[in-house]
Design a protein around this ligand. Structure first.
Ligand SMILES: *Cc1c(COP(=O)(O)O)cnc(C)c1O
Length: 411
């Protein structure tokens, strides 16, 4: 089977050539050049439409150009967009109040990107460890899980187990201990008097939508509480509707000490991230100890508030749960027909393709030719995470395209 993609049209080729000449090669995008998007669909430079089944890694949970979010952004663009935290702005208060209420916590630290939320959570946990728990200075450790993905900064990649993310970027930040994901006993065994926090993704997204058994996070909660260790849930990709709940932690009845949020919090419009927790923890930060020029800016806060208001209706969580059940049922029918395993949580699915048929990348290229944009992750796994606004029949159609691709590959 010849897997080379069809020759590129001149417009796409020109755009890709220019990008490849001058943008650093830290990505390997599919050869599609998007010019516009609406809902779950995007249009390329030739006018061809594709169903977006990645949704910018869940940053576009509410779809491209959601009218309510665009309206909130436009209204704020006409007023004021950036003030810095040296002054107050009228949007930050309503945003943090609404986000705290949605999260069942009382305090929010606004930042921009997900990695900054993770870095901020680490700093808060360390300061809490020294000032509240009484850990000796510079001894704090944080327990993480093998296979994690928490972002790309030097500290974060220091506790990554992915050689591509780490190699040649050392020296690494000390103070992290990694244990097998899903193994509560291993996690408890790694705790000692220097442990200030456990940092976990409730579902490991980049690792292939790895869903731990339902008793894992409750066990982590019980263990961390018993040892006076903070439980930090990185819900940057799993949170804000994707898994059929506001947080994946809700699905397993767990309340962490800190939520790390990002991606969908910016409505696919601007980067907005946050650490959300109670004042007994987030309150350790004093003026001057942490900050961000753009964090909490009025444009971000206006969009973030509109996102929180969409989520406060519960409508998107319900829709993700319903559509997710439909997606999973449809995908399960492909098991044994080119698919080895399916893991799904809400509208988020990891699909292991039979590696003897094709790589995940090759499947994504063939899906693209059929009008479906998806992304592979490690080896032969592809993930589907369309915007939650996707129409049910479009979702069915996307799985039909995957079925057709697999049929083609099986010959
Ligand atoms: C994407 C992601 C991050 C990093 O977010 P950026 O905005 O890319 O810095 C951190 N944690 C998880 C779980 C993510 O999916």
């Amino acid at each position: 089977m010849n897997l080379t993609t069809t020759a590129l049209d001149p417009k796409s080729a020109a755009a890709i050539t220019l990008e490849e000449a001058h943008a650093a090669h830290n990505y390997h995008p599919l050869p599609v050049v998007i010019v516009s998007g609406e809902g779950a669909w995007v249009t390329d430079v030739t006018g061809r439409r594709y169903l977006d089944c990645l949704a910018a890694y869940s940053a576009v949970n509410f779809g491209h150009g959601h009218p309510v979010l665009i309206e909130a952004a436009k209204a704020q663009l006409g007023r004021v967009t950036l003030t810095s935290r040296a002054f107050h702005n009228d949007k930050l208060g309503p945003f943090v109040a609404a986000l705290a209420a949605l999260s069942g916590k009382d305090m929010v630290l606004p930042m921009n990107t997900g990695a900054e939320a993770v870095e901020s959570g680490i700093k808060v946990a360390r300061a809490w460890g020294y000032r509240v728990k009484g850990v000796p200075q510079n001894k704090a450790t944080i327990i993480v899980a093998d296979g994690n993905f928490h972002g790309r900064t030097t500290t974060i990649i220091s506790f990554s187990s992915d050689p591509d993310a780490r190699a040649d970027f050392g020296p690494y930040t000390p103070g992290f201990v990694s244990v097998p994901y899903g193994d509560a006993a291993a996690l408890e065994a790694a705790i000692d008097e220097t442990t200030v926090a456990v940092l976990l993704e409730p579902i490991q997204g980049e690792a292939g939508i790895l869903i731990p058994s339902a008793d894992y996070l409750p066990a982590v909660r019980e263990i961390t509480t018993r040892h006076n260790v903070l439980f930090i849930a990185d819900e940057i990709q799993s949170g804000l509707g994707r898994t059929g709940a506001t947080f994946q932690c809700d699905n397993v009845g767990v309340v962490p000490d800190l939520y790390l949020l990002g991606k969908a919090l910016g409505g696919g419009i601007v980067p907005v991230s946050a650490v959300v927790g109670n004042a007994d923890i987030l309150g350790v930060l004093k003026p001057g100890e942490h900050g961000s020029t753009f964090g909490g800016n009025p444009l971000a806060a206006a969009v973030g508030l509109a996102v929180v208001e969409l989520l406060a209706t519960g409508e998107y969580q319900d829709r993700a749960r319903m559509l997710g059940e439909r997606l999973e049922a449809h995908l399960r029918r492909l098991i044994g027909h080119g698919v080895i395993a399916v893991r799904a949580a809400g509208l988020w699915a990891g699909i292991d393709i039979d590696p003897s048929l094709a790589t995940g990348r090759q499947v994504c290229e063939l899906l693209m030719e059929r009008g479906v944009l998806a992304k592979d992750t490690h080896g032969s796994t592809i993930r589907l995470a369309p915007p939650i606004v996707v129409a049910p029949e479009d979702l069915d159609w996307a799985v039909d395209q995957l079925e057709a691709v697999l049929e083609e590959l099986r010959g």
